[in-house]
Design a protein around this ligand. Structure first.
Ligand SMILES: [Zn+2]
Ligand SMILES: [Zn+2]
Length: 408
């Protein structure tokens, strides 16, 4: 459900390569139909890591030409089995699996209809799912930990209210970053993962967030070791203000409210819609400290946004238009993959191809862009025109509240 039929294992891999990723998570690994497709398309090259068997016939509709010789290319993108599940408190958990065999063993034990949806609803608690996960040699942590509908912190004030063991990691989600999460004392020891899910293979969907991990020969055990030994060397993710749930807002008309005002209104918008608490406010409630306290093992968190989104905004054209896709393709053909364009390519070389776009990418690298924060299910927006009078402040009704300071 809710996923494009083009989202095949082959396209996940070939798109991942253009993005510049070495390993992509399959998602939905408890779904029989999806498991069949992955098993058919791949071979295991290292324990728990799967390569597409036949890449010759994979038509990548997002890149019509071959990347020219001499441009450094990501050799291949392999897959690892993962699944997100929903427990009976409507809390989402991310599970990383060592093998197909484990997926099949766990299918027998997880209580719920596993084939109705890629992210099944399980009639078990978080702790019961965790016990099963540990018995089967998987690793697990809460997904998009702060979002208002289906996350651990919408339901509980502490990880241990949900689990019986400390989870292997916490997935931050698009509306939070390490500066926010490191204001919460109980998360100090826990590694953060920055992942995003893609329901279609469009370049602006796959790999919106990703992790850089120091590991030589990637396998499931090596990945687990790297996470346990704090070998995540960088988290790449959205500026949290761009996420859908950063500020408190109505889920119907998206009007943003001051959190205290919203509570007074019993979370009901005048339009009739429901107001959802923003991630920023939830973090404020949970925070131990006013400023982030990064533990020494915490890697840098680097703000990033898909290249196609930057092109789309620069030229004011839809992100799925031919125009934007052509520009995207030209840059990929020149630099080999998207991450190289966004992070590594010298400004001079970018400016030679497209000076306007180079300025935008520069603003991103230097964190000088202005952002109109998202909320209520609507993504935030980037604003490039510096002359425009736009800030990330919310149009609050109650201007005098003491909570204003943290929302700026
Ligand atoms: Zn989820
Ligand atoms: Zn409303």
């Amino acid at each position: 459900m809710a996923t494009s039929k083009n989202m095949t294992p082959e396209l996940l891999s070939s798109q991942g390569r253009l993005k510049g990723l070495h390993l992509v998570a399959t998602g939905d690994a408890f779904h029989q139909g999806w498991l069949n497709m992955i098993e058919k398309a791949t071979e295991e090259i290292n324990p728990g890591v799967f390569r597409i068997k036949d890449t010759k016939n994979v038509q990548n509709e997002f890149l019509q030409e071959e990347i020219p010789e001499g441009i450094s290319k990501n050799p291949e993108t392999n897959l690892i089995l993962t699944a997100e599940v929903e427990d009976y408190n409507r809390v989402h958990h991310l599970i990383i699996l060592p093998s197909f065999e484990t997926a099949y063993n766990m299918r027998k034990k997880l209580k719920g209809n596993l084939d109705s949806d890629g992210r099944p609803r399980i009639r078990m608690s978080g702790a019961e799912i965790q016990e099963l996960v540990l018995e089967n040699g998987c690793i697990m942590g809460p997904s998009h930990a702060f979002t208002p509908w289906t996350s651990i912190y919408k339901e509980f004030d502490s990880l241990m209210d949900c689990y019986s063991e400390i989870p292997d990691f916490v997935e931050l989600g698009l509306s939070a970053d390490a500066d926010m999460a490191d204001r919460i004392e109980e998360l100090q020891e826990t590694p953060f993962l920055t992942n995003s899910d893609a329901h279609s293979p469009w370049p602006h969907r796959l790999g919106r967030e990703f992790n850089e991990i120091d590991v030589k020969n990637i396998s499931f055990p090596a990945l687990v070791r790297a996470i346990n030994d704090r070998k995540i060397t960088a988290n790449y993710g959205f500026d949290p203000r761009l996420g859908k749930y950063y500020h408190t807002a109505c889920t119907k008309c998206y009007q943003q409210f001051h959190p205290e005002e919203a509570i007074k209104m019993k979370m009901k918008c005048p339009c009739g819609g429901t107001i959802k608490k923003g991630v920023d406010y939830r973090v404020e409630e949970l925070a131990t400290w006013n400023e982030p306290q990064h533990p020494t093992h915490r890697p840098p968190y680097i703000h990033i946004i898909p290249l196609a989104e930057i092109i789309s905004l620069s030229y004011n054209k839809g992100v799925t238009t031919k125009f934007v896709q052509r520009k995207w393709q030209n840059l990929i053909l020149k630099f080999g993959d998207e991450i190289s364009v966004l992070i590594d390519a010298p400004m001079k070389n970018l400016a030679e191809i497209d000076s306007e776009l180079a300025l935008r990418i520069k603003a991103f690298r230097e964190k000088t862009l202005q952002i109109k924060a998202g909320g209520g299910g609507k993504y935030g927006e980037m604003i490039f025109n510096k002359n425009e009078e736009v800030t990330d402040e919310v149009d609050y009704k109650n201007e005098n509240s003491t909570l204003d300071s943290f929302l700026k």
